[in-house]
Design a protein around this ligand. Structure first.
Ligand SMILES: [Zn+2]
Ligand SMILES: [Zn+2]
Length: 229
């Protein structure tokens, strides 16, 4: 009898994994995959966000000073991001920002940030989705770090969706599309720039380049996941 109720309750009030959003048993916080997941461990290559012994980037320089993430973009982390981004499961942000905050504390402990900001979405896409997933993460991280969140960038040009571009096209696709919002003060600032996922780093690089053009001192990035190859 009990198991019937249990089964029914999954259907009507499914409990979901805090990290990836998969349905789990009622007494579980995380699904089996997430309980056994490998977080990215220090030392990390700050040029690409991959663990140093797995990095193949040959320290390819970008306009940002570092990129880190708690996870690689694979398996249930990829599913988690999809649910967060395209299926409006914004409640996952709580666990995402906790893991990202831990990565910041572990890898950027020496850095004193002035504020946190996010990679902006284009107006059209934000209206369609109803939220900017990177901004939700950035606000959550800022809260955990007890520093300000500031919107300082906006998308001046609507480009094609980055995830639909080939690796080669990505840099050209984001070139010159971001600009500084009116009255944003980035001069001399050390900024933590947040996005949901880092693939080639073209988007984060372009945003960092803009912030530095307007006088930012250093721009460090954190994503929820990095593509490892
Ligand atoms: Zn899970
Ligand atoms: Zn690397």
């Amino acid at each position: 009898m009990k198991s019937v109720f249990k089964k029914l309750s999954y259907v009507f009030f499914p409990r979901r994994c805090r990290l990836c959003g998969e349905v789990v048993e009622l007494d579980k916080e995380l699904c089996w995959d997430c309980e056994n997941i490998n977080e990215i461990k220090s030392p990390v290559c700050l040029y690409c966000g991959v663990e140093e012994d797995k990095c193949t980037c040959k320290k390819k320089k970008s306009d940002y000073n570092g990129i880190i993430a708690p996870f690689y973009y694979e398996g249930n982390i990829a599913k988690a991001l999809h649910r967060f981004k395209f299926r409006e499961m914004t409640e996952l942000a709580d666990e995402f920002t906790l893991r990202m905050y831990n990565a910041v504390c572990g890898n950027y402990s020496e850095i004193s940030f002035d504020f946190v900001t996010a990679v902006p979405l284009g107006k059209k896409r934000q209206r369609k989705r109803g939220y900017n997933q990177a901004e939700i993460l950035a606000i959550g991280i800022a809260k955990r770090m007890k520093i300000d969140y500031n919107t300082v960038l906006y998308k001046a040009i609507e480009n094609k969706e980055q995830h639909k571009q080939s690796r080669r096209e990505r840099k050209a696709n984001v070139f010159g599309v971001y600009d500084l919002v009116n009255n944003a003060d980035v001069n001399g600032k050390t900024i933590l720039l947040v996005d949901d996922v880092k693939t080639t780093g073209a988007t984060l690089g372009e945003c960092a380049k803009m912030l530095k053009l307007y006088g930012a001192k250093e721009v460090y990035c954190v994503a929820f996941a990095v593509v490892s190859k």
